[in-house]
Design a binder for this molecule. Sequence first.
Ligand SMILES: Cc1cc2nc3c(=O)[nH]c(=O)nc-3n(C[C@H](O)[C@H](O)[C@H](O)COP(=O)(O)O)c2cc1C
Length: 460
Amino acid sequence: MSSTISDSTTRPKKLGGYDFYREVLRSPKYIVAPMVDQSELAWRRLSRRYGAQLIYTPMINAKMWADESHKHYRINNFDIVSGEEGDPATDRPLIVQFCANDPEKLLASAKMLEGYCDAVDINLGCPQDIAKKGRYGAFLMDDWDLIYKLINTLHTNLSIPVTAKFRVFPTVEKTVEYAKMLERAGAQILTCHGRLKEQRGQASGLADWSKIRAVKEAVSVPVFANGNILFQSDIEDCLRATGADGVMSAEGQLYNAALFAGLPPIPGPSSSSSSSTPSDPSSSSPIPSSSTLPPPLNAESHPSHVDLALEYLSIVQSLKTRTSVSAVKGHLFKLMRPALSRETDLREQMGKVKIGGKDADVSLEGGALQPYVDICLEMKRRMERDAKAVEGKTLEELVTIDEPTGLRVLPHWLAQPYFRPPPPPPPKKEKEPKPRLSINLSASLPAAETTVVVPAKRTI
Ligand SMILES: Cc1cc2nc3c(=O)[nH]c(=O)nc-3n(C[C@H](O)[C@H](O)[C@H](O)COP(=O)(O)O)c2cc1C
């Protein structure tokens, strides 16, 4: 690490809250979530080309990072030496996320990266078994003293702001109390993921936007809303329903890297934090209110997925920073999913590609990516053939509706969100009306209505 980078004489005064949000982050509305093995540098570069205004790194384990014997862990998770990660010209604004349960180790790790990012985030939301084992993420939700110390230690000692990403509690009251505690501890931005700790995997269901709105109204730092974003229209709905300052997407953006493309710039919050806390988000929002009809699709946000895949591969190839094979594979499978379920021979070929042995450690250099490029080129040929067959039809004419969910399915050559079929309902004695998924994610549905969205597999 270069000591001059974080030297207080060269660094501008540390800003907080809305000053930080506006002046350093440039008032981002469209935010890519931290994603283990998926929000790596190459993906960040691609995402910024398609409208992402702020991106988080994948979660870094502070205990592992602080341990000098784990040199590989450092290089694989944030490559300082390459000079590309956190580069002010090409990889900002950037927030580095850590998970931790030891304030000193967290501080030691964060200090090493404070010169390469705009803020450090603490993951308080991971509900996975690995987080339970390591006691971090959502498994700290009941230890408020420790969480306070983690945040406050960074708030007091780092030259850049600390932020926090958390899940909601079963009640609005406890969620709001919790958010206020995070703010008191020193968090300068709060990302509220509107799902409970228990809502994971097949049981993910919908995020509760009404809790996010309650948080937004209770704190005076910027709030990002996370959960339920599949299509661009959900972004507008979410901003209106929650009053949040920005919308964060993980899976929606992973399956469609162009999720944020072509969106209009939205004015940032006004200069004081209190005036940006909406008493009535529907009237203060710059976004027009939604109608009951699904809003028209913005073609710019649904480009050819194989073109996105090829562009991503060329970014991977252009970087000095290594990209893990598992990240590349994960992105290609997700981006091209609508077509891979039909072009099963290409799916099989992609599954069989082996680069240099043990996936996790392999760097992608020279022509190593060629097998993926070849598969994508063949996919491109087939997709162009299919698109040609319906030439002249509009996008809306080509859209179909997924019966179980009521959600829109685009032609299989276009980037689009993925939603799983809902789990079959438990056997009932009496005949009941068929459960139907809501197409309109704008409302924060009460618990009874949240049978619904059908998220894809996640790792955190
Ligand atoms: C592949 C993947 C990796 C993730 N890794 C992280 C992570 O490193 N840190 C974190 O706070 N959340 C992580 N998450 C959770 C997301 O950031 C986000 O909170 C969650 O997926 C809900 O947002 P969504 O509805 O837009 O998917 C991950 C999610 C996915 C799908």
